[in-house]
Design a binder for this molecule. Sequence first.
Ligand code: TXA
Ligand code: MG
Length: 339
Amino acid sequence: MSARILEGEQGIWESVALLRAGEVVALPTETVYGLAGDAFQPLALARIFEAKGRPLSDPLIIHLPEAGWLERVVRFESLEQSKFVMEMASALWPGPLTLLLPKCEDLPELVTAGYQKVAVRVTSHPLFQEVLRRLDAPLAAPSANRFGRISPTTAGDVRIELGVKIPMILDGGPCQHGMESTIVEVVKEGMRILRPGPISEDQLKKYGHIIPTSGIVNTPGSLPGHYAPAKELHILEKDISTLAPNPKVALLAFSMPPAELLQGFAAVEVLSPGGDLREAAANFYGALRRLDSSEADMIWAEPLPEQGIGIAVMDRMRRSSYGSRKSSPAESAHQGRVS
Ligand code: TXA
Ligand code: MG
């Protein structure tokens, strides 16, 4: 049996009924599709981990109906911290920003995998928002892919990833950003960016000091080998225009490559013909997925300029190419190689 894909009012209604009953449902967000379950029902949480094949050591993001819910899931360390967070939340939520904050005691341990902090966000997607409004409860929702694999940006992608494991997918069309939210840890001295995403460092620094992470980001789920296609992926070190065509290779180009290259590869995907970083980010996972199912032996990817959302895309591209690949993401997890 493959998951039903439903839209509109019927989709919302059935999502709410399934989630109330402790089931899991894939829902669209403005970043990527999430696999949602009631954050206060441990059985639903267990189902999320099971469907994704995700280790229980890797905590889940909680999606709140609105910022006012923060007080019910986090425990602010000071009045100052709560003011700082509320200021940032009122400016950037709903939107692709996840905040890591001290958790309150009532949250099931499974959500945070035993950590003392919980990751929270408010999505701007109208379908997800409507489901939350009717449920009147927060939803845990990691990206709706099998552990370590490419994140889904359409309902069809979710079905490929998890179709046999979940009952339903709410179809909200392609995701606007196509890149997961920016994750920010809030600490006394300011904030630390744990995962680059659609909200940029420039947007964040208006609200407080950003502590440099020197490339070593200590989150349980940010493994070096993540977002992985099944094929080897190599990031090009030389200019794409100097490449010789190769029919065994699939090419992932940032902007429009020279015309002769469009024919000479097993498959070619152009992320943004005009070189627009936001468009490229939105197309990245879908293009990677198509190249992965092409006839090619491997994928060559053109790097993007590392500015704005390009920083997030390059973070994912490097992880996709990790070792290309000496060990699987699951093996990396067991070796504790987190970065
Ligand atoms: O845009 C997004 O954030 C999407 C949509 C569906 O909301 N969600 C998403 O979830 O990307 P996920 O689970 O695929 O990625 C969340 C990352 C994981 O690497 C996880 O380990 C980390 O956030 N994380 C979650 N809770 C955490 C916690 N309490 N402490 C440290 N890291 C945490
Ligand atoms: Mg994920």
